[in-house]
Write a protein that binds this ligand. Sequence first.
Ligand code: IMP
Length: 428
Amino acid sequence: MAGFIICGAQWGDEGKGKITDVLCEDFDYVARFQGGNNAGHTVVHGGRTLKLHLIPSGIMYPDIVPVIGNGVVIDPRVLLEEMDALEQQGVSCERLVISTNTHLIMPWHRDLDGANEHRLGANEIGTTRRGIGPAYQDKASRLGLRMQDLFDRSIFREKVATALEEKNDLLAKVYGLPTYTVDEIAEEYLAYGQRLKPHVAEISPLLNEALDQGKWVLFEGAQGTLLDIDHGTYPFVTRSNPTAGGACVGTGVGPTRIDRVLGIAKAYLTRVGSGPFPTELAGEMGARLIEAGHEYGTTTGRQRRAGWYDAPVVKYAVQVNGLTDLAITKLDVLSCAETIKVCVAYEHLGVRYTTVPGHQSAFHHAQPIYEELPGWKTDISGCRTFGELPQAARDYIGYLEELAGVPVSIIAVGPDREQTILRDWPRR
Ligand code: IMP
């Protein structure tokens, strides 16, 4: 094994950061392949609590090279703040490598993200307002600015001027917002470029050569399958491809180099932002899951929506990503439930669906069909082997395996890296 992808099997926030942190000490490289500072996770490491938005968790290990792939969009100001914060906590960022082709989030992207959400009103997507969507939009429009542009003053100024011709009109005439000048942008961003320059490289040759030499590369996804622009609950999605295919596109590594694709799924389900969520719990049980699972966003602090585990969603993720196995996280949170419901299928207009329906209306109105399992009502956060889990918890995992059609090789029973059960994981 050498090339390994970790991706979210639900709507994001599945605990990918923690699992990456647990597994990555076996790897030589950890590469982020999409998204930007819309992502965020808290890593509890060596008694320190670190909040990461852009930098891969591998940064905590001195022998790992953390890589930010070309598929990521970078807000340079935010990246530098994150690097400074890590350095202040004694974590060196010297090894960080950033693809020369990453696209930049510019101030107008942030402004337009907020303005667009405001315009949509009740139909808002519920974005993180970090400028992610508008930055990817400019990438697709071939109007984007890339990391490499920061190292050529005249090209950068020229590209900013071209972008501002359109953006200033949009900001001022459509949204009544302040505009930008080439001079102010160039001065600020060229300075960011000078600070980031030592980290910038071509990452496709770097990662391919590493794989040729038998090195282990972990491709770390942000968000989740159902937030994928192509395969998610469009339009309530992010602008990138968090699915496994995105790892290849977002780093310049071919699919034949990938050996294993691990999907991360919470033992229940959450999502932030708008959009369909058939198993959402509005009442007391939902509040209990939010409380027990501390379901508030790392990036925006927003309270997440919570519900029961949705097997059709995970089955869909198995298919779209070609998952080889699953990690089930936050199993300990379900200790708060007397009985546990699992959505095994949906029903809509007399049709039964065992995976995500192809048509959006069917998904929006899907009625979940539940199986009810006994809870275990006991603290499992101290369990370190599968055998130590109560029978009801083992049965729950067995049932999820049966429904997903792939094994559950990792189980998380708490936020700390030690609170992890590795059932089938080849340590190096
Ligand atoms: P954007 O990525 O900021 O454009 O937001 C688009 C949608 O993706 C919104 O519903 C966000 O709440 C959601 N989203 C973006 N990043 C994350 C994440 O890291 N976890 C969960 N949801 C996310």
